[in-house]
Design a protein around this ligand. Sequence first.
Ligand code: XMP
Length: 525
Amino acid sequence: MAQDIHQDRILILDFGSQYTQLIARRVREIGVYCEIHPHDLDEAAFYSFAPKGVILSGGPESVTSDLAAPDYLFGAGLPVLGICYGLQTMANQLGGRVESSDHQEFGYARVELMERTDLTLDIADEVTGGVSYLDVWMSHGDKVVEAPPGFTVFARSENSPIAGMQDERRRLYGLQFHPEVNHTLQGESLLRRFIIEICGCDGLWTPANIVEDIIEGVRAQVGDDQVILGLSGGVDSSVVAALLSRAIGDQLTCVFVDNGLLRRNEREQVVGMLGEGSDNAFHLNIRVVDASDTFLTRLAGMTDPEAKRRVIGNTFIEVFDEESASIENAKYLAQGTIYPDVIESAGNKGKAHVIKSHHNVGGLPEDMALDLIEPLRELFKDEVRKIGLELGLSHEIVYRHPFPGPGLGVRILGEVTRESADLLRLADDIFIEELRRADLYDRVSQAFAVFLPVNSVGVVGDARRYAPVVSLRAVETIDFMTARWAHLPYDLLERVSGRIINEIEGISRVVYDISSKPPATIEWE
Ligand code: XMP
């Protein structure tokens, strides 16, 4: 029997910091399973989760608000690490004093370690005259000015007299700075000490173990039944396909819907990489449904972006549903839901939330009589990529830029026609090919071309030609919530523009989008 990789687990209580997911990713990188829960997690859920240690996240609030760690927590006998707001609420709740400060401390800071503790031991960036220092990242307004009884202060910075405190006996620790952020050079070492040494966790959460664990879980769940998977060729659905192929072999049928809005050669690539004839180990049974006529006919005359999204989403479900109905004895539908989706939908429960009507390929039609399998439900995107590589998927597929469910439908402004989709596919392909050639594909987070249905003039030979415009878009982002336009080299842009205009009859002009998000979104519609 394989080891239980969930046995040692860390609980992260979330006070709303933008860095909470980053804390979780760091814990996972250290090799330990963790989950994020709201800061007011109830006691029964806490004991049923049975963590070996707890991390309190930072947060935007001031301790004068009523956002506090649950009362039972500090008496539970478990190690607790408070980060930023987590430190402040710990201090406040245990009898220390927190003040709001006139001075916001944001950015790099140098922290002096006043004494060795079991959290820091010999961790330091610099030792001068017998004194150890850390280079850290701070981001806070309030500060702790008096540690609670039983605590010793072991770190201070110019603006934070209490940048680190601990009660070794009760194993309670607080850091004013952010160890989860890369700018804190020893952040990982500090987190590792807390998780491995102080909480006593084993590093069982590794890509190979995760793969084994998921495969066992899927086999136990599925038995001899048949599973359907909507395969889009994106990272998540490809990794699900690869996992399921290892777990249940030919009990899996993949459905790939060609909606006429895919990138150039996408269908051939996906089938080539994962399908029966491929030279890798997967040999998946992929049913390709060419529904491009249905999609494009329904989109004719439509210009409203949200209406286009709805039509594409509903048509996908209809086509997928129809194809699935012909797969005999199917009992399960596999989906590429990942952990951030789970956190987001839990966090948004009951809240009105107006976002684009994002259409996830493989979205479950409500009345479909299939049970769900979500093998990636516990994983962050970087973990999905790691296990993709572990399973033998190519770097190209695992590090592919995201592609929206409605595909080129939201990159052709206004009405979508087959002609515009064909032109855009060619332009997009040239852009991506040149990016790869310049070794820049992996350096940008997402890059693509957009079709602008405005006629602009060009002189070709002696004739004036009026034809549509293509905009290139490339962004750098960590989380896709904010993004900076990529500062691509001029000579690359020149080459791409030259090739598009010369090789594609029907495009008169190429422009480069220099809008950042916010306020502009990454996609144009
Ligand atoms: P925006 O345009 O909102 O995009 O800045 C953020 C990320 O989401 C992707 N995106 C979509 N994905 N269905 C999807 O599955 C959609 O309708 C959709 N709209 C945007 C976008 O490509 C980017 O990665």
